[in-house]
Ligand binder design. Structure first.
Ligand code: GLU
Length: 417
């Protein structure tokens, strides 16, 4: 229990408790939602390239199983611990329920530094992890996907290891796979696309211009680069953007198409044409209209929140704003589009991928994007409408809907035995 109750997990529990009061949730149901249903901790010995064996710790946590299989990514990071994975699993539950997907929330993680590992080491680690968590996962049980530092290749290794065990191809065990293995068109861009879509929706509601605004993006991975590209195409000025190694700034706007090509050629965004290099801390505090943190969690805290100088924050990463920072930003009048809404495009297209795999019937990219836009619009309408009716912020409204749906499923199923 001690390992579970880390500051990040306690923060997720507190958010739940606050929302429970607002929706008059029964004590008995709250008690059931406060903890993950299943958690597995595994140690994985891996033969490294130098011939020695190194042991890694890995986790898979399933927070809720009331409405279907559980769903959520697997992250590779030196920061990973049980509390973080459990908090992320809980947020996945609210995210899936908010989007009306027939899933509970889950998350996995391996404590490792992927930047220092070779591809062979990562493959052996991934396959060993899959073997260890094998009884917990499956298309009907729990379906992993990419998250920080995992990608299509990681998902292909998991799918292959899992399928080898059963003796036939089981593509539905993971989402975010390569297209050639049953992946979905549009999945890679889905999270960033959803971030940009929700941001544009809120701009319209706030009566702000649909182009020409100054945007700052933290993170140039799968989420940040796509969100930046979409908003750049829309005519907004991306005045600063960063990756793990640092950021670049140009007050007149950065050409994101050119930057993506530059990154492909050089492997960095540093020293890009006509821009100044800046550090990540400075980037968050730049004056802008929209700030989009798409890197890691807890980057906006009570220390830097008072210095933030934006009108809207769109959370591309999971949990980038701490609850204390949330209160400070609310007082400053900054509108936050919460991660369970802003970045829900990823898991939504994961759901589409799972459906396509099960049906063995694949959709065109347009079909995927149209379905995503329809679901996002419906959910944004619901969240925005509730926030207006109940005079609460968007995070609270999104949580009220998500938690309310899971609670209703628990109520309907009853308690066994
Ligand atoms: N890791 C992503 C998230 O946090 C995607 C999860 C999924 O596709 O299952 O939402």
């Amino acid at each position: 229990m001690k390992e579970l109750l880390t500051p990040t997990f306690l923060m997720a529990q507190k958010q739940l408790e606050d929302v429970a009061k607002l929706i008059n949730l029964e004590e008995d149901i709250l008690e059931r939602l406060k903890f993950p249903r299943k958690s597995l901790l595994v140690s994985m010995p891996v033969r490294m390239d130098n011939g020695h064996v190194k042991t890694f710790m890995g986790y898979r946590v399933q927070h809720d199983l009331a409405m279907g299989p559980s769903k959520g990514g697997i992250r590779y990071s030196p920061e990973v611990d049980l509390g973080e994975v459990a908090a992320l699993a809980m947020w996945m539950t609210w995210k899936c329920a908010l989007m009306n997907l027939p899933f509970g929330g889950a998350k996995g993680g391996i404590c490792c530094n992927p930047e220092e590992m070779s591809e062979g080491e990562l493959e052996r680690l991934t396959r060993r992890y899959t073997t260890e968590i094998l009884p917990m996962i499956g298309p009907e049980r729990d379906i992993p996907a990419p998250d920080m530092y995992t990608n299509e290749k990681t998902m292909a290794w998991i799918m292959d290891t899992y399928s080898n065990y059963y003796g036939y191809a089981i593509p539905g065990v993971v989402t975010g796979k390569p297209i050639g293995l049953g992946g979905s068109l549009g999945r890679i861009e889905a999270t960033g696309r959803g971030v940009a879509f929700s941001t544009m929706y809120i701009l319209e509601k706030m009566g702000m211009p649909s182009s020409g605004l100054d945007v700052v993006v933290q993170g140039f991975g799968n989420v940040g680069s796509v969100a930046a590209k979409r908003l750049f195409e829309q005519g907004h000025n991306i005045i600063a953007i960063s990756d793990v190694h640092g950021g670049i700034y140009n007050k007149n706007g950065i050409n994101i198409d050119k930057l993506i090509n530059y990154y492909k050629e050089t492997g960095t965004i540093k020293d890009f044409e006509a821009s100044d290099n800046i550090i990540n801390e400075e980037l968050l505090e730049l004056g802008c209209d929209i700030l989009i943190p798409c890197a890691i969690g807890n980057v906006i805290t009570r220390d830097n929140a008072p210095k933030l100088n934006c009108k809207i924050i769109s959370e591309g990463a999971n949990g980038p704003v701490t609850p204390e920072a949330d209160d400070i930003l609310k007082d400053k009048g900054i509108i936050i589009i919460p991660s369970i809404l802003a970045n829900s495009g990823g898991v939504t297209v994961s759901y589409f991928e799972w459906v396509q795999d099960i049906q063995r019937l694949f959709w065109s990219e347009d079909e995927v994007i149209n379905k995503l836009n329809i679901l996002l619009t419906k959910t944004l309408d619901e969240v925005y409408g509730l926030s207006q009716d109940r005079h609460v912020d968007l995070r609270t409204a999104a949580m009220m809907i998500g938690v309310g749906r899971v609670a209703e499923a628990k109520r309907l199923r009853g308690l066994y035995p």
